[in-house]
Ligand binder design. Structure first.
Ligand code: MG
Length: 167
């Protein structure tokens, strides 16, 4: 099937803090901050990003690929889940060209970590830094977001078709 033009996908995830640490977010470890609760390592940033990538390629969602009822995903490093999602995206003849992520977190304060997060995401996605955006916000005390108890992430990914045999 011939696929024309770019595709955009959107992803969201939110997790509460657990009682143990350290936090893993965007593949980066934050000592002194509790880990997010979850079947895997609780990396809400990578989970939102995975859903954005899968959404752009119309490949379902993270729960379809990695069900939390499956013991083999218990405690798994979410970078492995992202790698598998990227393999599926490429198998569907797409590649990512840009991602944009917004993280709402009251702890840790992410403003000084945005560069590290961008660098890690760029490496995981094989993208230049100029194609990876990370924005960090606090909840500013709004009850709507309740970020004190956890972290919420929104992500957008843009894919372009990759020429394949028969295209
Ligand atoms: Mg999740």
């Amino acid at each position: 099937m011939k696929i024309n033009g770019p595709r955009t996908g959107f992803g969201f995830d939110a997790h509460d803090f657990s009682r143990s640490g350290p936090l893993v977010l965007g593949g980066v470890s934050f000592s002194g901050v509790p880990r997010l609760r979850g079947h895997s390592d609780g990396d809400a940033l990578l989970h939102a990003l995975i859903d954005a990538l899968l959404g752009a390629a119309c490949l379902g969602d993270i729960g379809d690929l990695f069900p939390d009822t499956d013991k083999k995903f218990k405690g798994i490093d979410s970078r492995k889940l992202l790698a598998e999602a990227l393999r599926r995206v490429r198998r569907a003849h797409f590649k990512p060209i840009h991602v944009d992520v917004t993280v709402v977190a009251d702890k840790p304060r992410l403003s000084s970590h945005k560069t590290a997060l961008r660098g890690t995401l760029a490496a995981l996605l094989s993208l230049p830094l100029s194609s990876v955006s990370v924005k960090a916000k606090t909840s500013e005390g709004t009850r709507l977001l309740r970020a004190r108890g956890g972290i919420a992430v929104w992500a957008v990914a843009t894919l372009v078709p990759v020429a394949s045999k028969g295209n």
